[in-house]
Ligand binder design. Structure first.
Ligand code: ADP
Length: 269
């Protein structure tokens, strides 16, 4: 299944994004100079929100594709479909973005099948073309088109990493979980929970992140902290919300869970 969203919001207020550094300037310069961009970082740290924010700021439509291990080149490019007895060509999200000068965001691009990276190569060098074998077309990307891809280098899966020949085609930005002075206002704004009640949640999140690589494969994401804060803001007792949003999603191991709950007690007393 193809998850595909589009936002076209020229003039509308950009989705809220609190910059961590100079990433907005890098994105703007990459876009102005027709350079593709790669966002590296763990899940739930703000990459998708950043792209939505920048697309809106630049007044470009955005086509987002959540990549998965069954995603093939044809899902991005398009295919012939039967419609009312006739065979018609239907553009995929990448082709649409190339034609209309939109931003195409391939989330977790390493998950996609190998043939996808082959398609990206002629688009990410200065030719900026998309050959469509099935129709014989060779599309030149319209002005404004930009390819943005993300991946999570933390999975340590040797089979699921980007080949140097692919990654060296992108300007790259490293993302990480926001520093507390950024994460507290972000979570407060997203959840509506006051900052002084968000602060201990963020402190706990950073303690849990410190366990990455020992007991946990991935640290708790900003997304999960937002979930916990949202549940608390809607009236759920703090400890219940933390269990549901910040502990259970991290592990299925009963011993590890008990250890994590000890950390909760240490932070909340
Ligand atoms: P990713 O694409 O890295 O998996 P998302 O962009 O979906 O993560 O981020 C998850 C959530 O975290 C967002 O929906 C948003 O609520 C919040 N978030 C994280 N960082 C920021 C930020 N810098 N500014 C605003 N919201 C943020």
């Amino acid at each position: 299944m193809l998850m595909h969203g589009m936002i076209s919001v020229k003039g509308a207020e950009a989705p809220f994004y609190l910059p961590q550094g100079d990433e907005c300037e890098v994105f703007e310069l990459a876009h102005a100079n027709e350079l593709p961009l790669l966002l590296k970082g763990p899940t739930g740290c703000g990459k998708t929100r950043f792209v939505a924010h920048m697309a809106s700021r630049l007044g470009r439509p955005l086509h987002t594709v959540a990549c998965h291990d069954d995603l093939a080149a044809a899902d991005l490019i398009g295919r012939y479909l039967l419609k009312g007895g006739e065979t018609v060509w239907v553009d995929g999200p990448l082709t649409r973005a190339v034609r209309e000068g939109a931003i195409c965001y391939l989330d977790e691009v390493v998950e996609a099948r190998r043939d996808v990276t082959v398609v990206l190569h002629p688009l990410t060098d200065d030719r900026r073309i998309l050959p469509i074998d099935r129709t014989g077309e060779e599309l030149e990307a319209a002005p404004g088109f930009m390819l943005v891809a993300s991946y999570n280098p933390g999975y340590q899966n040797i089979l699921k990493t980007l080949k140097p020949s692919t990654r060296q085609r992108f300007v790259s930005l490293e993302f990480n979980f926001p520093r507390p002075e950024h994460e507290v206002p972000v979570v407060a704004r997203e959840s509506g929970l006051p900052e002084d009640r968000v602060r201990p949640l963020v402190r706990l999140a950073n303690k849990l992140r410190a366990l990455k690589g020992q007991d946990l494969e991935e640290g708790v994401s900003t997304r999960l902290v937002v979930y916990a804060a949202t549940l608390i803001q809607r009236g759920m007792p703090v400890e219940r919300a933390i269990r549901a949003a910040m502990i259970e999603p991290l592990t299925d191991d009963a011993d590890v869970k008990r250890g994590l709950l000890d950390l909760v007690t240490a932070v909340f007393g």
